[in-house]
Design a protein around this ligand. Structure first.
Ligand code: NDP
Length: 276
């Protein structure tokens, strides 16, 4: 029987997930389809019941439902439970709804695809302590990264993650700016660059080491102001599209037990974003 999948969110029309998953189904000869569904916060419970009733095999969850969907699910994977957020739902063979979070792992897959997996001892700085930063911090720890600091405008949010992780330290943005030369991998995980459409840095990169690796998880624009500035200072950069594609690929694997081709998808979506 044809399988079907969806992404629910508000707004949803700009999501690249339907194109990504439908392309993979076609490439891999899988008889399935993936549709975007606009679900407002007050419709979430009804939407989950309807997806279940109508036999969806699984779905992705995006802003603003990643946390609020949890009470409507039957089980959570360990990482999703720790993060308190779900971006992928699988309908199990027993008909239960199980929530996963593939964002953080997607980031680590993307980072290691770009730089290899030999950097796990390095000093890592995550800038930001929102949902995405939290997922990245937990996934980095799960993959064996040992030195993780988190800088955030609201320091209490960085402290909360560090306390749960039980490694690294929480600092404010000024401290991050002043000690930037002690970090070897820097991950921009705030939405600051998107605020009001003006691409400001959350802090100055003056002390960046030229041999640092700098990643930004924002992928539209592909080359953010943060990455551009880091590149000008000689750093190696990783954009946020790989994270998006790999979080989708990990979700796809949860649903269909196969890992799709991420390289051709990154190439395809890079062309699409460059053309926008
Ligand atoms: P949240 O709203 O949960 O967190 C936002 C973060 O940005 C907080 O740390 C917040 O700091 C910080 N921030 C916002 N504005 C400013 C500012 N002007 N100066 C300094 N810090 C600021 O968002 P998410 O974590 O869900 O998402 C963050 C970004 O990551 C978004 O742009 C999103 O599009 C992108 N993303 C990319 C993904 C991908 O697949 N590539 C996946 C998920 C997200 P404070 O705590 O002080 O408010």
């Amino acid at each position: 029987m044809k399988k079907w999948f969806a992404v629910i969110g508000d707004p949803i029309e700009h999501s690249k997930s339907p194109e990504m998953h439908n392309t993979w189904f076609e490439e891999m000869n899988i008889d399935a389809t993936y549709i975007p569904i606009h679900v407002k916060p007050e419709q979430l419970e009804e939407a989950v019941s309807s997806l279940k009733l109508l036999g969806a095999n699984g779905w992705n969850v995006t802003i603003p439902h990643k946390e609020t969907i949890i009470p409507f699910l039957d089980e959570l994977d360990e990482l999703a439970e720790k993060m308190g957020a779900v971006n992928t739902v699988v309908r199990t063979e027993q008909g239960k709804l199980k929530g996963y979070n593939t964002d953080g792992k997607g980031f680590v897959h993307s980072l290691e695809e770009a730089i290899g997996n030999q950097h796990r001892e390095k000093q890592v700085l995550i800038v930001g302590a929102g949902g995405a930063a939290r997922g990245i911090a937990f996934a980095l720890k799960q993959y064996g990264y040992k030195n993780i600091s988190i800088a955030n405008r609201t320091i209490g949010k960085a402290e909360a993650i560090i306390n749960e992780l039980e490694i690294g330290s929480a600092i404010n943005l000024l401290q991050a700016e002043q000690t930037l030369d002690s970090f070897e991998i820097i991950i921009q995980a705030t939405s600051a660059g998107l605020a009001n459409g003006d691409f400001q840095l959350p802090f100055s990169l003056e002390k960046l080491q030229p041999e640092a690796i700098v990643a930004d998880i924002v992928y539209n624009p592909l080359k953010t102001y943060f990455l551009n500035s880091a590149e000008k200072l000689g750093a190696r950069t990783v954009n946020g599209l790989g994270m998006f594609v790999h979080q989708g690929a990990i979700a796809f694997e949860h649903w269909l037990k196969q890992y799709p081709n991420t390289n051709s998808m990154i190439k395809r979506l890079t062309e699409r974003l460059e053309g926008e």
